[in-house]
Design a protein around this ligand. Structure first.
Ligand SMILES: Nc1ncnc2c1ncn2[C@@H]1O[C@H](COP(=O)(O)OP(=O)(O)OP(=O)(O)O)[C@@H](O)[C@H]1O
Ligand SMILES: [Mg+2]
Length: 447
């Protein structure tokens, strides 16, 4: 009997003793053959003779996300454990392990309803402030973003463009890039382009010479100079005025700039991460944003998807914030009722993850017991497509659907002062969809 078999044998006998029904498999192929459907929990060796444990983990999770998987690993590798948990493992045990410990783990795993709680706590405690694991989500789009951020971070790319609606995590992504890069020990500076008047923004970014303008009584280094070797995060780049856009473009292309009122070229090595919640292509079409700058920025675009398009991530995010606020508020919230979770999953989240975080925070401050119920989430403010289906009843005599649609679109436009983006958001549509309807119904702003 080799080592592996011995381990298996001792686990099987122990778990059988505890009253579990145990099915054994020595290889991934054997496990597949035994059709492990209906299995509640899998103890999965990281190193299998015929396959990689992580690949099998994925297979199991794809077949049934509710199957609990505990990884058995030979290395006490946190990286591997974190990776396994990211892919949905419940926990891991390091070999050589204590059979009692594993038995306990199994028991715990099976009795916990919020199966992934422990993992997240563990992960959080090992995480760096803005490690890649801070980006929560298992949806394909989030997984792809995580992979891309990691790649970009270690690449020599000097410009990155982050786009996505408000609250989708652009700030977070920028920090993740910075801290995963070789620039991590150098400054990370950010500036919100819309927050300052043009002249001030220019001097903040590029610095100024003494006497460059009234009040410039001293020479001042700009953000670019101060963050040499590091990263500058230009938030709300879509709001930058064209004159500054030109200056920024020159910097991106030549890595040099002049201080305001200065004549010598300064050279710095800075990675620029720009972010916007506007549709830059459209800004270009409307001639509000320079096309050349857009193309320069768009070399490496990373799009953060709205939360409503990845509702599967909502439970993960909710639990992530519950863990965080349990610690912060010294609370002991254990679960979210299924009704409340359904409600959270069907809500449209116009404010995306930020709004979700605030909703959980508020709910936890309100909750008296150890669970969060629908009443703790007053989500009435936003556009609530899901609730509409609950509250709008078809009158017995029927309705004119076209007429109703036309009226709703018109109301949304009126309510948002004919801002199509806002009106679209109120209706859960994208801009193309609302445009189509504006044309279809020949809607016009009343003069
Ligand atoms: N995938 C995610 N996992 C965990 N937390 C997230 C995720 N996405 C966003 N957050 C959190 O949501 C909040 C809002 O995110 P962030 O400030 O990065 O959004 P933003 O895209 O910069 O929004 P805005 O356009 O309004 O500036 C932050 O607290 C952030 O940590
Ligand atoms: Mg932001």
């Amino acid at each position: 009997m080799d080592d592996e078999q011995l381990i298996r044998w001792s686990l099987v006998s122990r778990l059988t003793e505890e009253g579990y029904r145990v099915v054994e498999a020595g290889t991934a192929a054997e496990a597949r053959e035994k059709r492990l459907e209906g299995v509640d929990l899998v103890l999965l060796d990281y190193k299998l003779p015929d396959s990689d444990g992580l690949a099998v983990l994925k297979e199991i999770k794809d077949a049934d996300p509710d199957t609990v998987v505990i990884m058995l690993t030979g290395h006490s590798s946190v990286a591997m454990a974190v990776e396994a948990m990211k892919r949905g493992a419940f926990h891991y045990a390091n070999k050589p392990f204590d059979v009692d410990e594993v038995a306990l783990l199994v028991e715990k795993a099976l009795e916990t309803t919020e199966l992934r709680r422990e993992v997240r706590t563990l992960r959080a405690s090992q995480a760096r402030p803005f490690g890649i694991e801070r980006i929560v989500g298992q949806s394909p789009s989030v997984a792809a973003v995580r992979a891309l951020l990691q790649k970009v971070a270690v690449s020599p790319a000097s410009t990155v463009l982050l786009t996505g609606e408000s609250g989708t995590g652009k700030d977070l992504a920028a920090k993740v890039i910075h801290y995963a890069s070789s620039r991590a020990n150098q400054p990370f500076m950010n500036i919100t382009c819309s927050a300052l008047p043009e002249a001030l923004l220019e001097s903040e970014l590029f610095g100024h010479e003494r006497g460059a303008f009234t009040g410039a009584d001293r020479q001042k280094r700009g953000l670019l100079e101060s963050s040499d070797g590091g990263t500058v995060f230009l938030d709300e780049i879509g709001e930058m005025v064209p004159a500054l856009q030109a200056k920024l473009l020159r910097f991106l292309e030549e890595k040099t700039f002049k201080r305001v009122g200065g004549s010598s070229d300064l050279h710095v090595d800075v990675r620029v991460i720009a972010a916007t919640n506007r549709n830059l292509e459209e800004e270009v079409r409307e001639r509000r944003f320079r096309e050349d700058l857009y193309y320069r920025l768009n070399v490496l675009p990373i799009l953060l998807a709205p939360l409503r398009d990845r509702a599967g991530d909502i439970p993960l995010l909710v639990n992530f914030y519950i863990d965080a606020y349990n610690t912060e508020f010294r609370k002991q919230i254990r679960r979210v009722t299924p009704e409340a979770m359904d409600r959270l999953k069907s809500y449209r989240w116009p404010g995306n993850v930020r709004e979700l975080r605030n909703a959980v925070e508020r709910a936890m401050l309100l909750a008296e017991g150890d669970e969060l119920a629908p009443g703790h989430f007053p989500l009435s403010g936003g556009p609530l497509a899901a609730r509409l289906t609950e509250t709008v009843e078809l009158p017995p005599n029927g309705i004119d659907l076209e007429q109703l649609e036309r009226s709703l679109v018109f109301q949304a436009l009126e309510g948002s002062r004919w801002n199509q983006t806002k009106a679209a958001a109120l209706l859960g549509l994208n801009r193309d969809q609302i445009r189509y309807r504006i044309e279809k119904f020949k809607l016009e702003k009343p003069s």
